[in-house]
Write a protein that binds this ligand. Sequence first.
Ligand code: PGA
Length: 234
Amino acid sequence: ELLALQGLKRGTLRIAGVTTTEYFIAQWISAFARTHPGIDIELAVHNRDAVVELLRSERVDLALMMRPPSFPPLHTLPVLDNPLVLIGPAGHPWAQRRRLPLSALKGQTLLWRESGSGTRQVVLEHLRANGLDPDERLTLGSNEAIKHAVAAGLGLAVLSRHALDADPAQEGLALLPMTGFPILRLWQLVWRRDRRLPLAASAWIEHLRSALPTAFQAGSGLKAPTIAMPDNSA
Ligand code: PGA
């Protein structure tokens, strides 16, 4: 069957990725696109709730997301760690500190993604579970808008480490170490259990499965960005 998939000549790979996957998903598609020249590739990039809707309405066959819904029933394949980090403007005094308590966030202005965002949902749940009731006054509808606003001093934010440069200082940002951060989540590749998976989609999953064990090694064609994390120890 694997041979049949490798030889697949035609079809369309219809994938949806949540917003932050746009920083790396092209790398995950490019080797496949080269070895499967007859397959069309359609990648949709939206927030979590919109990706769920695309799966439900069968407009995509596969999705890459952090918070899969309980309906429709899905197969899930974990593919990449997604640490959510607290960021502030470069030079923020907290960047030099160790182990700030989460309560230090009380009274701080936080910048939020829009309400359909999985990142927003996870961060809110995390803060509420730890007894904080964060202010949700400031919403900016994209990771990039949030990064620019944080760099400009508008507030702090929690974003996927993958949305940031390997050296966040290059973007005017600093990682702030704090108890409870990073929030450790992962992205999963998901597809419906109650539908037949098109061959093009199976072929891409097989491609990822064979490449993922070596995902972070040079030359695998599957690379996650090299990322630094704030020192949360001591
Ligand atoms: P989102 O992505 O914040 O762009 O919705 C998060 C996720 O669900 O992985």
